[in-house]
Design a protein around this ligand. Sequence first.
Ligand code: HEM
Ligand code: HEM
Length: 141
Amino acid sequence: MTRGEAWLSHSATALVGGTGLVYGWMCYFAESDDPYAITNHAWQPDLQHLHILLAPLLVFSCALFWRDHVWKRVRAGFAIRRSTGLVLFGVFVPMIVSGYVVQTASSEWSRTAAVWTHGVSSLLWIVAYVVHQISRRRARG
Ligand code: HEM
Ligand code: HEM
């Protein structure tokens, strides 16, 4: 992985994860003072738009190193940073697909399932991503 690819990846997770966390807080925890408000926070629609517009950056950044960094190491049984690497590998597709199903779901139960899948997989992504970066680089010894 080149320096540029690594920094694009860090930026994408910070921007998409950051907008997602703030948007989630606005959706589920913020309370409006205005009893007639249709959103919990005045910036909620802006955060939603930012999150959706930035999301492809995360997909694109991973695509850049998918074959040489991710898939090659998954297949080869590469041991270093493997557990967090496998979590990232495993939640990547559910996180992306569920994000779009949140928008396109046509029944209440499928929307609820998508929101839960997106929430859990996205939080796992953020935690695994941070731990993946701070784990040891080489085998000890
Ligand atoms: C990296 C961590 C991420 C976090 C913390 C996060 C968080 C969230 C949250 C809280 C929602 C609102 C769900 C709801 O309506 O209840 C959401 C919606 C959404 N997310 Fe993410 N997300 C992340 C990554 C992604 C990625 C990688 C994609 C796609 C490539 C994505 C695409 C979407 C889309 C399309 C929506 C629907 C927006 C809407 O209509 O409300 N998200 N996300
Ligand atoms: C979607 C999955 C993955 C993502 C997004 C990801 C992302 C990253 C990033 C951004 C770095 C920092 C690179 C740098 O600073 O040069 C890194 C380093 C590293 N990752 Fe991953 N990784 C993933 C999967 C894996 C897997 C499956 C393994 C091993 C089985 C792994 C092992 C490592 C190791 C050993 C390093 C240390 C530096 C290096 O050798 O490149 N990663 N990863």
